[in-house]
Design a protein around this ligand. Structure first.
Ligand code: ADQ
Length: 483
């Protein structure tokens, strides 16, 4: 990556670690965590050096981290990964229960799925404290602390209590719920107090910022909230609350999309799934109920019913990777997706055509980019989504510009990618009609829309995102009087 304007030491704090070391029969295997946050922060830390604090979840994690510190990379280290080890009870209470069964559905406003308990809350709190103590012990006085997401909502204020002078930015990757929904969480006041320990609080969209500021105003009547500057006066400090929409490394994706390997793969896929006038559609996600997979299958049923001439003309490839399988709701969803897909295929499929093909695992970057490049359309049907990086990855991979993006109105990405065709996952008939419109779009129109979205992403890359947050943090932390 290009030169970074950040000069102070950086400490990144996340729930998931960037590299998991797993014991296998053939020795230790390093599994990189391929999510968007890691791909933004790992190159930055490799360049700047620094520290990353995260839960050490791999079976060989202790072995590769003497004294809890694992150099990254192992040979020729550039930064230090500090691992926090959690007991099975801690993982259950903090991660599976409070974070994933409580805050996750609540933030996505799927309240009937949310479950809270005081017992899980107390584990959540104690694990957040464990993270805060670790950083408090080791963070340099001038460090920039950059913590993340709903698993660590209490971390900023817990760290602030231990080390009041530290500069802390916290980024919330998922939607912020409306106050009416937020207050259903029995601990919502503590969650707000926890986050307000930061100097900079980042959200994906202006709507999230607005919802957060409203929550603060409604909860703490005497606290000053300035809508113009997006600042909250909190316990003698100023908290800057701003939207920093996360993005992708579009240059890297374009390079990969143009590589001979991806080109060969993409051509092969088109020969198999998009020949003779057929169009190839794609969806990629973790099997999560927020992604609207079942509503999308309903929309496809509607589509093949209303537009029978499209039968045999569309191949739809859904790539769903199982996720959070310790949580019941996720196992059930994965089964439902299988059942619904089979039903659809039985209903419309013929001897030589299946409307929906399923890949049930994680796909490597080369293949994923090849599939995105080869596709004629992508369906992003989230019920609610903080941003949705898949939408941006699809656009970045589309070097021929043949693809059409159908994007849920309620995904954060829809606020930036306005040349996509928007769909409402709750409206199967409308969704089906928009898909029909997409398939009929002339080539020039597709290219025009795609180029507009690519231009937008080039102007707001993943590195712009990191840099903007850290610059805001440097600026914000100069304001208050250090104690
Ligand atoms: P997620 O809910 O995980 O992220 P998303 O933003 O789409 O959703 O990111 C998923 C990432 O995993 C993408 O990079 C995607 O390519 C990859 N991925 C998904 N399925 C895959 C598969 N089968 N094989 C390989 N890779 C796969 C959360 C929030 C989002 C927010 C991000 C980042 O829920 O709203 O955009 O964090 O802030």
């Amino acid at each position: 990556m290009e030169d970074t304007p950040i000069t102070r030491p950086l400490v990144v704090v996340t729930n998931r670690e960037p590299y998991v070391d797993e014991r296998t029969r053939r020795g230790i295997r390093v599994l990189p965590n391929a999510g968007g946050v890691v791909s933004a922060l790992d190159p930055l830390l490799r360049k700047m050096g620094g520290d990353w604090v995260a839960w050490g979840s791999g079976s060989a994690d202790r072995q590769t981290a003497p004294g809890g510190i694992r150099p990254v990379p192992l040979k020729d280290p550039r930064y230090r990964l500090h691992r926090i080890y959690l007991s099975p009870d801690e993982v259950q209470g903090y991660y599976n229960r409070y974070a994933n069964q409580g805050l996750w559905p609540l933030s996505h406003m799927l309240i009937e799925r949310a479950r809270f308990s005081r017992q899980a809350w107390s584990v959540y709190r104690s694990v957040n404290l464990k993270f805060a103590r670790k950083v408090a012990r080791e963070g340099a006085a001038d460090a920039l602390i950059f913590s993340h997401d709903y698993q660590l909502a209490l971390f900023p204020s817990l760290l602030r209590q231990l080390r009041p002078e530290l500069a802390i930015a916290h980024f919330w990757h998922i939607p912020w719920p409306t106050f009416t929904v937020l207050r259903l969480c029995p601990q919502y006041q503590e969650i707000l107090r926890g986050l307000l320990g930061a100097d900079v609080l980042g959200f994906q969209t202006d709507d999230d910022v607005e919802a957060f500021l409203t929550s603060v105003e409604r909860t703490f009547r005497h606290v000053l909230v300035d809508r113009t500057t997006q600042q909250v006066q909190w316990q003698g400090r100023t908290v800057q609350v701003t939207a920093f929409p996360i993005s992708v490394d579009i240059e890297e994706i374009e390079r990969l999309a143009q590589s001979p390997r991806v080109t060969r793969f993409a051509h092969g896929i088109r020969r198999r799934l998009a020949s003779g006038g057929q169009q190839l559609g794609i969806s990629v996600e973790r099997a999560d109920y927020t992604k609207g997979i079942i509503p999308r299958l309903e929309a496809l049923r509607e589509f093949f019913t209303r537009y029978p001439h499209r039968r045999g003309q569309v191949n739809f490839l859904q790539i769903v990777v199982p996720t959070r399988s310790e949580v019941n709701a996720y196992r059930t969803l994965f089964r439902q997706v299988e059942e619904e897909t089979e039903r659809l295929n039985r209903e419309f499929g013929t001897a030589d055509w299946k409307p929906v093909l399923t890949v049930r695992r994680s796909v490597d970057r080369t293949r994923l980019t090849g599939l995105f490049r080869a596709a004629d359309f992508a369906l992003v049907s989230s019920l609610f989504d903080g941003m949705n990086l898949v939408a941006k990855e699809f656009v970045s991979s589309q070097i021929e510009g043949r693809g059409v993006l159908l994007l849920s109105e309620t995904a954060g990405a829809s606020q930036e990618l306005d040349a996509a065709l928007s769909v409402n996952p709750w409206d199967p008939e409308g969704f089906a009609a928009t898909l029909e419109q997409a398939l009929s779009l002339p080539a020039e129109e597709r290219i025009r829309r795609m180029q507009a979205m690519q231009k937008q992403i080039h102007g707001h890359t993943l590195f712009d995102w990191v840099t903007a947050i850290l610059i805001a943090l440097e600026a914000a932390s100069e304001h208050y009087v250090r104690t």
